[in-house]
Design a protein around this ligand. Structure first.
Ligand code: ACO
Length: 160
């Protein structure tokens, strides 16, 4: 798959009143309930290729830590995955976080999300903590990836 040319791509904050791209968000998080809870306090950024939304990420300040902001959701449309867009979005999110005065950006992913754990570390995030049983407790249906049950959330942090 060819890499996406950054020049063809627009990344911008979703305006109030614009439809939230739930189909994309659901690729990263199957819980619409949890999603609607964090969307209330978040900013949604979309990536458009000739006016079609092909990817999204969601930034939400961390409640008990004024210096950190969390990427709560990041998703690239299936036909556009593995072409470098995820890395572009992670860098964009870090830039936005820094612009807004945050010192750290964090991201959480399941113990079973091997590709994502690889990608985030490759992009400078370090594992700092584990939210034990986050997925087993908060998700009604069991989640399996790579033949592994998703139980815990690994939290990765990047200093800005
Ligand atoms: N399985 C295997 N490898 C993966 C995976 C995966 N699921 N995801 C990323 N990678 C690796 C690739 O091997 C590749 O490595 P390389 O650059 O060394 O070749 C690299 O990560 C891909 O980088 P990009 O092309 O920049 O990433 P992409 O555009 O595919 O975006 C993303 C990554 C956002 C994880 C995308 O695959 C996606 O939307 N997946 C489904 C939703 C999801 O899992 N989102 C993250 C959940 S965690 C959260 O939302 C906070």
């Amino acid at each position: 798959m060819p890499l996406i040319h950054f020049t063809d791509l627009t990344i911008r904050q979703l305006n109030q009143g614009e439809a939230i791209p739930y189909e994309l968000l659901l690729l990263a998080d199957p819980s619409r309930t949890l999603m609607d809870a964090y969307l209330k306090n978040s900013r949604v950024y979309i990536a458009e290729l000739t006016d079609t939304i092909i990817a999204v990420y969601v930034l939400c300040p961390v409640n008990d830590d004024n210096s950190s902001i969390e990427i709560k959701n990041i998703a690239v449309g299936i036909p556009f995955q593995n072409r470098g867009l995820g890395k572009i979005l992670l860098a964009h999110a870090a830039e936005k976080a820094k612009e807004n005065g945050f010192k750290n950006i964090i991201i959480g992913t399941a113990n079973s999300s091997i590709g994502q754990i690889y990608l985030y570390q490759q992009q400078g995030f370090e594992i700092v903590t584990i939210r034990k049983d986050f997925f087993s407790k908060n998700y009604a249906e069991p989640i399996y990836e790579n033949g592994i049950p998703a139980k815990h959330m690994l939290i990765l942090k990047k200093k800005l």
